[in-house]
Design a protein around this ligand. Structure first.
Ligand SMILES: NC(=O)c1ccc[n+]([C@@H]2O[C@H](COP(=O)([O-])OP(=O)(O)OC[C@H]3O[C@@H](n4cnc5c(N)ncnc54)[C@H](O)[C@@H]3O)[C@@H](O)[C@H]2O)c1
Length: 290
């Protein structure tokens, strides 16, 4: 029975996961290497819960109880009594493997470890732990409080008890789980990221400008957001990292990351989180950059 959940990484996803777990009644331990990220993360959770209060989705008392259930810290020591730890740090295999190596000695043998990776092999990450049978992919969507789906990915060693325990957590969060096999980028991003990458190629080749591409896909394909707007929302570094995993993992040139995407990331233009990506967010409404 899972009651205490650890979350590693207080970025967009870690804060969202902490938010929904706390509101569902789980005790949450949130960690980041950066105190600044942790402070910002807690402020984001507070802000997002307040918005839910304003929209009458939750009460002020729910918000207060939820916030009180989240304990932030920069160390991993406070994961010692967790039943499940969800890793949601930067999408970089080396970073994640190191986190898992550092994490395991702090855990009870029963604790399940999950990764929110968007694309990296669950089998390989599981092998970096001392418990591959109790390791699983738990891929939440962004923004976590709004998005209903969680992909559950079994590595080759993941056992059935682990899968069922994590599935029960997803049910408690009132989200829908979908099983996906352990192939690069699983289901959602295997389909979504090549589309975003193709939108960047469309921009790169001058077929259309930022606004034309996003408007075309919103009105022509009935997508709620244009692909470039969505790329800024996800984070261009994360989009690039996923395309690289697809390109290398499936060894097919159709997944080649667009050179313009690479350039934006090299420039530090990572989308909303840095106030500039395909749009400039220092203006309201944001201005297309091309
Ligand atoms: N952004 C999305 O739309 C999305 C959707 C689903 C899954 N994901 C996945 O979730 C994970 C996190 O993505 P994000 O968008 O929240 O990224 P982010 O850049 O917003 O946050 C990552 C956080 O991890 C922290 N971090 C880095 N190294 C760490 C370490 N060693 N220990 C603890 N914390 C560390 C960073 O300080 C940062 O706060 C990635 O694996 C990503 O692929 C992202």
């Amino acid at each position: 029975m899972i009651s205490k959940i650890g979350v590693i990484g207080a970025g967009q996803m870690g804060t969202g996961i902490s938010h929904v777990c706390a509101l569902a009644g789980f005790d949450v331990r949130l960690t980041d290497v950066s105190q600044d990220a942790l402070d910002k993360g807690m402020a984001v959770i507070d802000h997002n819960m307040s918005r839910q209060v304003t929209r009458e989705r939750i009460t002020e008392a729910d918000k207060d109880a939820g916030l009180a259930r989240i304990v932030p810290s920069t160390g991993m020591e406070h994961f010692g009594d967790c039943d499940l730890v969800v890793e949601a740090a930067t999408e970089d295999e080396k970073v994640k493997r190191q986190i898992l190596v550092d994490l395991c000695p702090h855990l009870t043998p029963e604790c399940i470890v999950a990764s929110n990776t968007s694309s990296i092999s669950i089998t390989r990450l599981g092998a970096a732990t001392d418990r591959p049978g109790k390791f699983i992919g738990m891929h939440f969507m962004n923004p976590v409080p709004l998005m209903k789906l969680v992909e559950l990915i079994r590595g080759i060693a993941t056992n059935e008890d682990t899968y069922q325990a994590v599935r029960a957590v997803v049910d408690t969060l009132e989200k829908t789980s979908v099983p996906a096999e352990d192939f690069p980028a699983f289901i959602v991003n295997r389909i979504l990221m090549p589309m975003i990458n193709e939108a960047v190629y469309t921009l790169y080749e001058g077929v259309g400008g930022v606004e034309a591409i996003d408007t075309a896909m919103r009105l022509g394909a009935n997508h709620p957001m244009g692909p470039l707007e969505l790329a800024d929302f996800v984070g261009l570094d994360t989009v690039l990292a996923i395309m690289q995993v697809l390109y290398e993992g499936l060894a097919d040139s159709k997944y080649r990351p667009c050179p313009l995407l690479v350039k934006y990331v090299e420039a530090g233009w990572l989308g909303r989180k840095t106030n500039r990506g395909f749009y400039d967010y220092t203006n309201d409404p944001p201005i297309p950059t091309r």
